[in-house]
Design a protein around this ligand. Structure first.
Ligand code: SAM
Ligand code: DTB
Ligand code: SF4
Length: 335
């Protein structure tokens, strides 16, 4: 890869918004140890001692979604065994948030299987959940599908720290995965979130059949935003039986390491989150992801609908490696 002159030769922290695909690909394809070394150097220069933020995830409205995202067990179009449920009650959500806080979470993320937010009692309830989570002293993140600028403004007013809306993959590959909304819709939602002053959480999924260029295009699109997302979740596909992607070849841990390291180098200050897919990874592979710049995990035995490592195993992993939990970073003003 030394034939590509545009890769920085020293591992300095560079914040840019004009990456080309060739440059990103050249970083992504570096010899693995060189790549991890560069990413770790950027990580240390930005964050100091490596620490890991523990986040908790709760599905506040499960299943029955009208969208056709090919990876998703919550789409009503596929037979996956996920039962559609109503929006949870605020009290139950806050009880779960309290438990998560007691277990060490500093960020509480709430997901709803909606195409978009609709104004009305359900949105008001989500706003109450956000206020409640913030009152517990945690970062609050939601992922509710598309939002309008006005809805984003109201979420901000409720104290929302971050909004998760993944670009998922490259603009070119996106159409293979989702037909019910397009890439521009996604970018519009991210712009509404940014405009409202809420932290942007946006990342993607590896292992859907995309090429390495697609992965690099995803990271390039994220990094070339006017402001980098504060939070970048990198998911490995959880291939759920009944979804169109049920037979995808599992992502190799080293593929996750490469994507995470590239994200860290491109977006030095972002929280890079090793998200779905940890059940299929050894503890050593997860540690390698952290060496490559991942500084956050979802803990708890369930993600939204699929499994996640056991709490005790995660605690043992962090303790054994001497990794300390990171305090909240995105701390917007309390309402
Ligand atoms: N309905 C909202 C939306 O799509 O924006 C929020 C919930 S949705 C489940 C949140 C994200 O979870 C998706 O954008 C996708 O990146 C990730 N996700 C869903 N199913 C997954 C799977 N089987 N494996 C990995 N990631 C998945
Ligand atoms: C993200 O990027 N990953 C999380 C969170 N954002 C909402 C969701 C992963 C979902 C995995 C499939 C499931 O459990 O349903
Ligand atoms: Fe619905 Fe979100 Fe799943 Fe797509 S990813 S089917 S929008 S819940």
């Amino acid at each position: 890869m030394s034939s590509v002159p545009s890769v920085p030769s020293s591992p300095e922290v560079v914040v840019r918004h004009d990456w080309t695909l060739a440059e990103v690909r050249a970083i992504h394809d570096l010899p693995l140890l060189e790549l991890v070394y560069r990413a770790q150097t950027v990580h240390r220069a930005t964050f100091g001692d490596p620490k890991v933020q523990l986040c908790s995830l709760l599905s506040i409205k499960t299943g029955g979604c009208p969208e056709d995202c090919a990876y998703c067990p919550q789409s009503a179009r596929y037979e996956t065994g996920v039962k559609a449920e109503r929006l949870m009650e605020t009290g139950d959500v806050l009880e779960a948030a309290r438990e998560a806080r007691a277990a060490g979470a500093t960020r509480f993320c709430m997901g709803a299987a909606w195409r978009e937010v609709k104004d009305g009692p359900q949105f008001e309830r989500v706003l109450a959940m956000v206020r409640g989570v913030r009152a517990l002293g945690m970062e609050a993140c939601v992922t509710l599908g598309m939002v309008s600028p006005e809805q984003a403004r109201r979420l901000k007013e409720a104290g929302l720290s971050a909004y998760n809306h993944n670009l998922d993959t490259s603009p070119e590959f996106y159409g293979e995965i989702i037909s019910t909304r397009d890439y521009q819709d996604r970018l519009r939602t991210l712009a509404a979130v940014r405009e409202a002053g809420i932290g942007v959480c946006s990342g993607g999924i590896l292992g859907m059949g995309e090429s390495l260029d697609d992965r690099c295009e995803l990271l390039r699109t994220l990094a070339n935003q006017e402001a980098h997302p504060e939070s970048v979740p990198i998911n490995a596909l959880v291939a759920v039986p009944g979804t169109p992607l049920e037979n995808q070849r599992p992502v190799q841990p080293v593929e996750m390491v490469r994507a995470i390291a590239t994200a860290r180098i491109l977006m030095p200050k972002a929280m890079v989150r090793l998200s779905a897919g940890r059940l299929q990874m050894s503890q050593e592979a997860q540690l390698l992801c952290m060496m490559a710049g991942a500084n956050s995990l979802f803990f708890g035995e369930k993600l939204l609908t699929t499994g996640n490592p056991e709490y005790v195993a995660d605690m043992a992993l962090l303790e054994g490696a001497g990794l300390k939990p990171l305090e909240p970073k995105l701390d917007t003003a309390r309402p």
